[in-house]
Design a protein around this ligand. Structure first.
Ligand SMILES: [Zn+2]
Ligand SMILES: [Zn+2]
Length: 244
């Protein structure tokens, strides 16, 4: 879908068109007038007529485009990051960059979606993400920031390094290590696998342990990213390869 243009861009194009055609029209009329004034002989009548016709058409079109400028409809969308009003000609159908801060304004069903704030773990820079954010890279240091997500919630997170690959194979997910956030990891796994606390604890004692099989790469990446928030070390392999 083509992006809905900014009202200011449309107005600029129309105004420019109006001006160019208007100038052409006026020049034509003036030339015609000069010819009548100074060389009003019969053999120039044809040329003079042509100049007047072109001039008149030019002026009419210039006026038409000038009127169009006033008819440009405007649809104001406030940037959710910097609050700057962005004026488009219509309801946006897709994300567009903010005039002021240049961040992509996330659009769902013609409306901006709420953005959440998160601080970069590396440099402490404030960053923003929305439900449309797939990968959040810090605006300052470019490190990837894991976004805390509920698996069934509207937000998702996929590590940047894996996004390029999109395949149909099925994967199995293995938990190979854990950090200090044992409690959080257990909670996350309980929620993720619909197991009880003891089952999850047993699982942690048996590492490396396969936690899920037959999942898509996307899902594996997503779960890996989620578990990495709780210092869970996860690996995933295509199922064919794992069987070998
Ligand atoms: Zn902005
Ligand atoms: Zn950073």
């Amino acid at each position: 879908m083509p992006r809905v243009p900014r009202a200011s861009d449309v107005i600029e194009i129309l105004a420019e068109r109006s001006l160019m055609i208007g100038i052409g029209g006026v020049v034509s009329l003036t030339l015609g007038g000069l010819l009548i004034r100074y060389k009003g002989q019969g053999y120039l009548t044809g040329l003079i007529t042509v100049l007047f016709v072109f001039g008149a058409i030019g002026v009419i079109f210039a006026a038409y485009f000038a009127l169009q400028v006033r008819k440009v409809s405007t649809h104001e969308i406030k940037c959710p990051y910097c609050e700057e009003p962005n004026v488009l000609v219509d309801t946006p159908t897709d994300d567009f960059p903010c005039v002021r801060c240049n961040r992509m304004v996330p659009i769902v069903d013609g409306k901006t979606v709420t953005v959440d704030q998160v601080r970069c773990g590396y440099c402490n820079e404030l960053n923003y993400y929305s439900q449309k954010t797939e990968v959040l890279l810090c605006e300052k240091c470019n490190h990837e920031i894991p976004i805390a997500v509920d698996e069934n919630g509207p937000r998702k997170t996929i590590p940047a390094a894996f996004v390029v690959v999109d395949d149909e194979a099925l994967y199995e997910l293995q938990l190979v290590g854990q950090g200090h956030k044992t409690e959080e990891l257990i909670n996350a796994l309980q929620h993720m696998l619909a197991l009880n606390r003891n089952q999850v604890k047993n699982m942690l004692n048996e590492m490396p342990v396969t936690v899920l099989t037959g999942i898509t790469r996307k899902k594996a990446e997503m779960l890996k990213a989620q578990l990495s928030i709780y210092e869970g070390e996860v690996e995933f392999h295509p199922m064919e390869e794992a069987r070998r």
